[in-house]
Every structure is written in C-alpha cells, then in structure tokens.
Write a protein that binds this ligand. Structure first.
Ligand code: GYE
Length: 327
C-alpha cells in the first residue's frame, strides 16, 4: 500500500511546488496532509548501544503504526555520514527531517540548507550547540545535566558517613556529544560539594561495551585503588564489569558502578548486584516524534523543548521493575 502511495505523494509534492501552494510546514492549502502522504527522513547516530537499538526500534514502530513513511539512515557514529544523510533528505524533498546529532557542534551549514529548502528539522535525543534556534522547530529528549546530577546525588548519599577519599573513574560517552558533556557536568557540579570525591581518570569509551571494557582494563592497571566507576551509559558499565571481573575483583562490591540508561541488560546487572545505581534515560521517543511531525506538517505550533520524563533505580527497584521493562 505504502509503496503505491509514495509516488503519488511525491507527484503531489511536485504539483504543489509548481502551483506555489506549498506552505513552509508542508501542509497544503486545502488543509493538513493525510499521514500516508507524509515522508520523514530520520538520520540516526548509529547502533552503538542497547539504548540506541531500542530508540531505533521504537521510532520505526511508531511511524509504521502512524502510517507515515520513514526514510532511515544509520551514520555509524560519524558526523559526516549524518550530514550526508540530511543533505540527501533535502534533495529528496522530504516533509520533515529528524535527527539525533552525534556531537553538539558543526550543524549550522547543513541546517541552514534545510531551512532554505523550507524543510522543518526536529532534533531528537541530543542537542546542538548552535546559537541560531531558528534552525530547528523542536528538540525532544532528556535533560542530561539532570541525569548527571542524579548520579552524583546518589554517590554523595552513599558515602555520606565516610571521610576517606573516594576515587572515581569516569567513562565518558562520545567526545563532544551532548550526553557526554552534560552528564559529566551535572555529576561534577554535585560531587564538588565535598573534596573527598576525586575523579582520578576520565576517558571516553564512545558509549560502547567494547570501549568501556578496554578503557577500564587500562585504567585499573594504573588505578588499582579505585572505589567507583561512573559510566555515561549502561553499555560502558557492562564493559567495565567484564574488565573488573577479569582483574579478579567483584563489580558492585569492590568497585561500585553507576550508569545511565536503564536498558534491560543494565537493569539485569543492577538486579544481580553488579551495578549499584542507574539513572534512567528513556529511548522511547517514537510516539512523541510522530506527534511533533504531524503538528509541524499541519502548520501547528510545537513546543521548542520537550523533556523526557525519567526516574532512577536502586538494586531493589531494578528487581521489581525488570519483569515489565520494555527495553
Ligand atoms: O545514553 C547512550 C547512547 O544519546 C541518550 O546515546 C543517548 C545516549 C545513550 O549511545 O547509551
């Protein structure tokens, strides 16, 4: 069905362009488009983590359910690939472009091209650092600074009765990515309250399990007395668990682990006592993204910033939540 409708929609778009009736939001003069006439281009970061896989699945399922055609590309964590994908969506004349920017900087030129082509852009999950907020219509995603703060608050509470130094290794996400920058910032702000907390090492594991394992292996050799690992996502924390076990130590006991995301594998490790605390970051952005797209195409106003609601999990809470976990 979709295959038959797509060329008709494309022909309609050409007609509209020729008659000059197209509106900037993509709706026609006769009212909003039918969902089957809408085409969205989505430029995903990659498939680096459990979070990302869940995010991709959720977005694809939501557009399928809504009967909206979704063109999907995987940038394999490279900004140049994402820029290329966005340019190709502009060329194809999609109605809306959505993307999750792999890093914060360097988007102005390509987003200006989208703006000149009158194609609205929605940011999902990650922010950009542009000062020109007319380059996108809405940003849907988490407050990463808040997530970092929640991680720090748990740590401060956990060590409230101790006066000993607390040595921390931080496993950073992709260098220059909003969640890596902000999760580091929020965490640092909170632990600054007491100088017993020392981040002795901070290195990127690129949000992957292999990266988390490799970095932890190396850092454990130079920092055998580390107390805590703060990983910017579950996958790097899971990699750290492997490295800690290989070094003959017990994750969650000898070294405490805090992560962000709360995907199933992370929650399982938390329930098993190998991780100590997880700050949730929801990848389920699909339905909200569909809603934004429908509004934008209909020429309706959308909120500039939509923040995802999230919680945190202790080991006991993970045991309870696991059976109903959707991702
Ligand atoms: O936390 C991490 C993923 O941008 C919020 O990217 C996302 C992050 C998520 O690779 O697991």
């Amino acid at each position: 069905m979709k295959k038959i409708l797509a060329p008709i929609a494309a022909a309609g778009a050409v007609l509209l362009a020729l008659t000059g009736c197209a509106q900037s939001g993509g709706g026609s003069a006769d009212g909003p488009k039918d969902p089957s006439e809408i085409i969205v281009g989505f430029a995903q970061v990659g498939a680096e983590s459990g979070w990302r896989t869940a995010n991709t699945k959720d977005i694809q399922a939501a557009f399928e359910d809504a009967g909206i055609e979704l063109k999907f590309s995987d940038a394999q964590q490279k900004q140049e690939n994402q820029i290329q994908a966005i340019r190709s969506y502009i060329q194809q004349g999609v109605d809306v472009i959505a993307f999750s920017p792999v890093i914060e900087s360097g988007w102005d030129a390509v987003l200006k091209e989208a703006k000149d082509a009158e194609i609205p852009v929605v940011l999902t999950d990650r922010a950009i650092d542009s000062t020109d907020d007319s380059l996108y219509v809405s940003f849907l995603g988490s407050d990463f600074i808040e997530e970092g703060k929640k991680a720090g608050e748990w740590l401060v509470e956990e060590y409230s009765s101790s006066t000993e130094p607390v040595n921390i290794i931080q496993l950073e996400g992709t260098t220059g990515a909003a969640p890596a920058l902000d999760r580091a910032e929020g965490f640092a702000d909170v632990i600054a309250a007491d100088d017993k907390f020392q981040v002795v090492e901070s290195q990127t594991g690129d949000f992957t399990r292999a990266g988390g394992k490799q970095v932890t292996e190396a850092l454990l050799k130079s920092n055998p007395d580390v107390d805590v690992i703060y990983a910017h996502n579950d996958d790097m924390g899971l990699g750290a668990i492997e490295a800690i076990e290989a070094a003959g130590m017990v994750p969650g006991t000898d070294i405490k682990i805090i992560t962000v995301d709360a995907v199933k594998d992370g929650m399982q490790a938390l329930a098993d006592g190998k991780i100590n605390f997880i700050v949730e970051c929801s990848p389920l952005l699909g339905n909200q993204l569909v809603e934004i797209v429908e509004k934008v195409v209909a020429g309706e106003d959308v909120e500039k910033r939509i923040i995802t609601e999230e919680t945190t999990f202790t080991q006991e809470q993970a045991v309870e939540a696991l059976p109903d976990r959707k991702y």
